[in-house]
Design a binder for this molecule. Structure first.
Ligand SMILES: Cc1cc2nc3c(=O)[nH]c(=O)nc-3n(C[C@H](O)[C@H](O)[C@H](O)COP(=O)(O)OP(=O)(O)OC[C@H]3O[C@@H](n4cnc5c(N)ncnc54)[C@H](O)[C@@H]3O)c2cc1C
Length: 345
């Protein structure tokens, strides 16, 4: 029996390694022969880092068969690929992640392609000030990296409710970022504008007639399985699981989901149902540029604890966690089942 994994991101590589290490035949379909560390893209956009690519061979179990292609439609037992091939599957893991296209002349950094667009625009206009819209993790990390690169930056966002975001904004203001609180339409702002509000997911699940939520995310149950399609599972940003309700799009979510999807597939091969997916959060780490960061401690349900680490120490912990995300993948490549994660709330 073969498991076909769609997408070589955090969820797809983690699941492939866990399954291949347990002797399962795994086929990984990916448009690119490399893994993109998406959590580094703000530094690539600003020219502080050359790229965020890792050769797939450095993170993936060598027993996994890699097909370089893009799935265009999911059928009951086969995939249509952009090359025109049909690829049969026994079990499918949908792990196509997220991204969003720039609209109305604005820029985004959700994908490598969009990041390169912004990088080119910044290089073409080295003195142009930049407006960043949105003070989520992506917006504040980008604003910090832009300041580190010596840019004039304005950050516009609605009033932040989380303490961590309020702290990020205070720090960025001290670094010279102009902060404006308000709701704006990024398309109506003049100049070089980066829109970091929200994201979209590929329309593949919806185009294939699979059940999706209002954002087009594949709906999965607690065993990360699509209702009415027991041979299709999903993990990562591209899926929506109703419970636990506090899950957010993050590599901190995609990694455990990928590992758990592999566990469910293994359990089914052994005649068991597979356990319900549970996870809790521990930290949210932010890179604020110039080696500074913030590590916000969390309750398992993603609400904030009173403790945080700021400044250079925060920056060091953030960098360590970024490196760990790749290490968790390589450790799983070398010993299936090694990766574990905190239990749910
Ligand atoms: C600038 C930035 C900073 C971030 N910082 C953090 C952070 O600090 N902490 C954190 O937890 N999260 C962070 N995130 C979010 C994190 O990167 C995502 O949540 C994570 O990448 C999701 O993993 P995934 O495996 O679901 O998808 P991805 O990593 O996006 O991988 C999806 C893969 O699917 C492939 N694919 C897409 N369509 C198809 C198709 N039709 N056929 C085959 N393959 C396909 C793509 O090429 C891609 O390789 C950040 C994101 C950005 C952009």
């Amino acid at each position: 029996m073969t498991t076909t994994v769609l997408g070589a991101g955090y969820a797809g590589v983690m699941a492939s390694n866990r399954l291949a290490g347990r002797g399962e035949e795994v086929v990984l379909v990916t448009p690119n022969p490399y893994f993109v560390e998406r959590i580094r893209l703000h530094r690539v956009a600003t020219g502080l880092r050359e790229n965020a690519r890792l050769d797939l061979g450095t993170v993936l179990n060598s027993a996994v068969e890699v097909i370089q292609d893009t799935a265009t439609k999911i059928g009951d037992d086969k995939l249509q690929l952009a090359s025109g091939e049909n690829l049969p599957y026994d079990t499918l893991l949908y792990a196509v992640g997220s991204g969003a296209s720039a609209q109305n002349g604005t820029y985004r950094i959700v994908s490598e392609h969009e990041t390169e667009r912004l990088r080119t625009a910044l290089a073409d206009a080295p003195d142009a000030p930049v407006t960043v819209v949105g003070a989520g993790l992506t917006g504040v990390e980008l604003a910090g990296a832009l300041r580190e690169a010596g840019r004039a930056v304005k950050l516009i966002s609605t009033a932040p409710d989380r303490r961590a975001i309020q702290a990020h904004l205070r720090f960025l203001a001290k670094q010279g970022v102009e902060i404006e609180v308000g709701r704006v339409d990024p398309a109506e702002i003049e100049g070089l504008v980066v829109d970091t509000t929200g994201f979209t997911v590929p329309s593949l699940a919806a185009d294939s007639g699979l059940p999706v939520d209002e954002f087009g995310r594949l709906l999965v149950d607690e065993q990360l399985t699509v209702k009415g399609h027991p041979n299709i599972l999903g993990a990562g940003d591209a899926v929506h699981l109703e419970a636990p309700a506090y899950l957010r799009a993050a590599c901190a979510t995609a990694l455990p989901m990928g590992a758990h999807a592999a566990d469910v597939i293994t359990a089914r091969r052994e005649g068991q149902a597979g356990e319900a997916f549970r996870m809790g959060y521990v930290l949210q780490c932010t890179d604020l540029g110039s080696g500074r960061g913030r590590v916000q401690f969390l309750h398992p349900d993603d609400t904030e604890r009173a403790i945080a680490i700021d400044g250079r120490a925060g920056g060091l912990v953030k960098e360590t966690i970024c490196r760990m995300t790749v290490r968790w993948l390589t450790q799983e490549r070398d010993r299936a089942g090694r990766y574990s994660w905190p239990a749910g709330a």
